[in-house]
Structures are given as C-alpha cells and as structure tokens.
Ligand binder design. Structure first.
Ligand code: MN
Length: 299
C-alpha cells in the first residue's frame, strides 16, 4: 500500500500506475485534525497500522479516486518525534568525503566524520514533494556549499529500545525517499543539516509488506537532468536492520520516527534555480526545486 498525506493533511492511498489517490481519512481512528500540531492520530496510525490495514484497503477500494495531479501531496510523515540520520554508510561516499570533499569545504579531514554513526536532524526541517529547498542566507553569504544527499528513508511503526536486528524490519511501517540537505564545512551535523526545508520527504510511504528487501533498492538523484547519485542500497555498510538495531540501542524508537539510511556516493552542490529529482526503485519519484530565499519560493 502506498500511504500519502495530502491537502490539509488528509490520508490517502495512492495507485501510482493509475496516478490516482483515494481519501481514506474517515477510517483512521480519532477525529481528523488538520492542525499539524495535533498529529497524535498520525503517530497512532503508524503504531497500529497492522490492525488498520484492512479498513484502509477497504476504504481505498470503495472510495472515489481522484487524480494525483489534482491534490497537493505533503510529506508522508507528520510531527515525528525524531528524524534520525545515518552517517558514512556507503564506502564510496566515505572515500569521496575523505579524498575530495572535506579538504575542499573545511581545509582538513576530521577522521571521526568518516565513521559510521547516527545523529539527529530537526523535524522542523521536513518539507514535502514539490516543496522548495531554501538555501540559508548565512551559510550562503559565507560561501559555504549546500549539498544534496538522496537516501532511503524508513518510517517506524512499532517502536522500542534495544531492538534485535533479526526482528528489526518487523518494526517498520514502510519506506520513502528522504533528502538530507547539508551545509558543508566545519560545525555540528545537527546544525548544518537542520535548516528549514532541509529534509524533503516523499512522495508517499510504501508499506513494508510491498518491499521484499529494502537492501535491494536503487537510489538515484538528478539535478537539472544530470545524474548525480546512482547507487544500490545493497552497498550500505550497515543494512536497514542493523541501523535500527544500533539506533535503538542508543535511543528508544517511537512510532512515526524517521530514519535516513545514509548518503550514497555522488553528493554535490546545488544552486538556486536548479531542480532535484530523486527516485528510488519500488517507491517512486520526488521533485524539489532549490531557491535562494524564502521570498523566491515558487511551486
Ligand atoms: Mn545524509
């Protein structure tokens, strides 16, 4: 099932082939609250998805389908408690950082940045499909590079601490595309990666039962039609289950939390006026333009 949020944060089931979406909000327990701050219903839906699945499928079958082009898709996540991101999880990305990028953007190589780990991004940095990424004024004025990182994103269903890798995928609601936009150079990752608009997520969640193996997907990103990133999740140094196990050994994972699984090689700078198209096999495609300031945001 492809689960989406659209318009005033209604819940939809997408038929990607037919390019339609069906509103299933009425079968989600709890009154729908279009105020994004009242998003407890979404977190509970993530937690209880297995028991709600049949009702959602029924509503999708019986409801009236609308054309996808007639709705505004939103990020298919709502007020997650945590956005967790994975660092240094593809060997060729570690190599490009070590051999090229860090020297250029920082003038030195901090070797700890090359170690696999997880860190946090501010949930307020999330935007949706077709939303603009806004280059932040301060770092731009300093001449800092802003880079794209296109990543497989995992949305959690049942949470937990110390989740065993052998059972970790049972805790996953589904998979989507995440961009981990990044200011390069010195400074803490959470600051460089948490600017408003720096975490585009979308276009929808493909539920875990429809992805046979999240470690066998292809991740691509084009900027103005030029392929920048083209990788296989099979090349992750720590696979999806391993990331969940490691993260949950540090912090409790909660329903609705998002985990970005790390940048494939090919990271690079984006400029105002460019358009990023990110694609993951079995999931879909997401488009995000880049703007120089909030005042220039166009859809
Ligand atoms: Mn990243």
């Amino acid at each position: 099932m492809k689960l989406a949020l659209f318009d005033d944060w209604r819940v939809g089931v997408v038929d990607a082939g037919a390019e339609t979406i069906t509103d299933v909000t009425e079968v989600v327990p709890g009154a729908h609250d279009s105020d994004q701050l009242g998003a407890g219903w979404w977190v509970r839906m993530c937690r209880d998805f297995r028991s709600l699945r049949a009702a959602l499928e029924g509503a999708a079958r019986d409801g009236g389908a609308r054309r996808l082009g007639d709705v505004r898709l939103r990020a298919p996540v709502l007020n997650p408690g945590k956005v967790i991101a994975t660092a240094s999880n593809y060997g060729d990305h570690v190599a490009e950082m070590r051999d090229v990028v860090l020297e250029r953007v920082a003038g030195h190589v901090d070797t700890w940045l090359l170690d696999f780990d997880v860190f946090l991004k501010a949930p307020s940095s999330i935007v949706g499909p077709d939303d603009a990424v806004v280059l932040p004024a301060g770092p731009t004025a300093e001449g800092r590079e802003v880079h794209h990182e296109s990543e497989l994103a995992v949305v959690m269903s049942r949470g937990g601490s110390d989740i065993d890798a052998a059972h970790a995928l049972d805790h996953v609601l589904g998979y989507t595309i995440g961009l981990d936009m990044t200011v390069r150079g010195d400074g803490d990752r959470s600051r460089r990666k948490s600017h408003d608009t720096f975490t585009p997520i979308g276009p929808w969640i493909v539920t875990a039962d429809e992805i046979a193996d999240p470690n066998k997907l292809e991740v691509r990103l084009e900027v103005d039609g030029v392929v920048r990133q083209d990788a296989k999740t099979a090349d992750m140094l720590v696979d999806v289950a391993g990331i969940i196990a490691y993260t949950s050994s540090i912090m409790r994972l909660d329903p609705g939390d998002i985990i970005l699984t790390g940048a494939p090689p090919g990271v690079g700078q984006v400029q105002a006026g460019e358009v990023m198209i990110s694609e993951i096999s079995e999931i879909g495609t997401m488009r995000n333009p880049v703007c120089a300031s909030k005042g220039e945001v166009k859809r």
